[in-house]
Design a protein around this ligand. Structure first.
Ligand SMILES: Nc1ncnc2c1ncn2[C@@H]1O[C@H](COP(=O)(O)OP(=O)(O)OP(=O)(O)O)[C@@H](O)[C@H]1O
Ligand SMILES: [Mg+2]
Length: 234
């Protein structure tokens, strides 16, 4: 479904991704792991059209995304859960969610809203509450719910569980598994190895802008110690 070929990205003159290739198959959940500053967020931003590639190509369902605007990428069915739980603080939960479905028509938005409330009942209970007054866990549900409102075929998630309590992380793993069973394709940026293992079937390790290991998540986790020492600097 998603195919990234030899992607390089520069900020000003500094190249931070150096020829990265990665694939996500239809209905697959793939984890992208790597240390701080490796370029994980940059890679997701590139798929969403928020930063431009200096080299390489990205295909989504066979279509080259390089010249497609970020707005059109959303329309094509790619949703991005950004790093750092960015909810709109002064808007209600409902308003936040409706914004996520802005490219879909009214009927679709209504149906999807029901789906999101089923996935995260807590959001339904707090429809009118301001985004900024939600707890950290609830804000995470809100950004994921907002991304789902676009009815994505591919969901990009940038460390949705960072800093959350283990119980909420487990709940998220369950939600992700549920979305995957329902046929959603997911590319998950994650530093929490256990969380990645409980959701993704395949993974890539990114360090200093390069893919240094890839394989089944079980296999990567089996080599965790080795990978950690060699690439993650821990
Ligand atoms: N807007 C920007 N302008 C210049 N440099 C940037 C910009 N955004 C990121 N960088 C640099 O690019 C590199 C990769 O950053 P990126 O945010 O993609 O890493 P990351 O793997 O997501 O890290 P983290 O785990 O800390 O979120 C870093 O060296 C960072 O300083
Ligand atoms: Mg990041």
């Amino acid at each position: 479904m998603l195919e990234i070929k030899n992607l390089s990205v520069k900020y000003d003159d500094v190249e931070v991704l150096h020829g990265v290739s990665l694939e996500v198959g239809d209905k697959e959940v793939v984890a992208l792991i790597g240390p701080n500053g490796a370029g994980k967020t940059t890679l997701l931003r590139s798929v969403s059209g928020l930063v431009k590639a200096s080299c390489g190509e990205t295909f989504f369902m066979g279509r080259n995304l390089n010249l497609v605007s970020s707005d059109e990428i959303v329309r094509q069915g790619i949703s991005h859960v950004p790093e750092g739980r960015r909810v709109f603080y002064n808007m209600s939960v409902m308003e936040n969610l409706l914004l996520g479905g802005y490219v879909r028509d009214k009927k679709e938005r209504k149906q999807t809203l029901e789906y999101v409330f089923e996935m995260f009942p807590r959001l339904a209970e707090r429809k009118q509450q301001r985004g900024g007054t939600l707890s950290g866990g609830e804000q995470s549900m809100l950004v994921v719910g907002r991304a789902l409102m676009n009815r994505p075929k591919l969901l990009l998630m940038d460390e949705p569980c960072l800093g959350l309590a283990p119980i909420i992380v487990n709940m998220f793993a369950e939600s992700i598994n549920k979305m995957a069973r329902q046929g959603l394709t997911i590319l998950l940026v994650e530093q929490n190895a256990r969380f990645a293992l409980s959701t993704a079937t395949r993974g890539y390790v990114l360090t200093n802008g390069k893919i240094v290991a890839q394989g089944e998540t079980e296999e990567l986790m089996g080599k965790e110690e080795e990978i950690r020492k060699a690439y993650l600097g821990a």
